[in-house]
Design a binder for this molecule. Structure first.
Ligand code: TYC
Length: 106
């Protein structure tokens, strides 16, 4: 096997790099639907995304009118956990609420 990081004698070296890259962040999006009660969406935003009641109402109404909106921005693990927790809670209550995570560009 030839390695791209080896010299002709097969020696390898470790390259030092001091820059630390920040992890890509993921947006958790709420999608609108016709059946999930507004109060449930507001509760989700307060409980899982730590929004105030006023913030939660504004975000819920924006999703209701525009089709989708950002509930919060997190590292990938936390975003995926929020998606799973909120989806499970919604299904438990019989609501079709959809929540997804997508990476921020850049
Ligand atoms: N459109 C829903 C209703 O009129 C409310 C709603 C808002 C549902 C946001 C989902 O992500 C959502 N009851």
């Amino acid at each position: 096997m030839t390695r791209p990081d080896a010299d002709r004698a097969g020696h390898t070296q470790t390259l030092e790099r001091t820059e630390t890259k920040k992890p890509r962040l993921w947006r958790v999006l709420l999608l609108n639907d016709d059946y999930t009660p507004m109060d449930f969406v507001v509760m989700v935003l307060e409980r899982y995304f730590r929004k105030t009641e006023q913030e939660a109402e504004l975000i819920m109404l924006a999703v209701h009118h525009k089709g989708q909106g950002v509930a919060g921005v997190y590292t990938r693990d936390i975003a995926e956990t929020k998606v799973a927790q909120v989806t499970q809670h919604a299904r438990q209550e019989g609501h079709p609420l959809r929540v997804i995570a997508e990476p921020e560009e850049g």
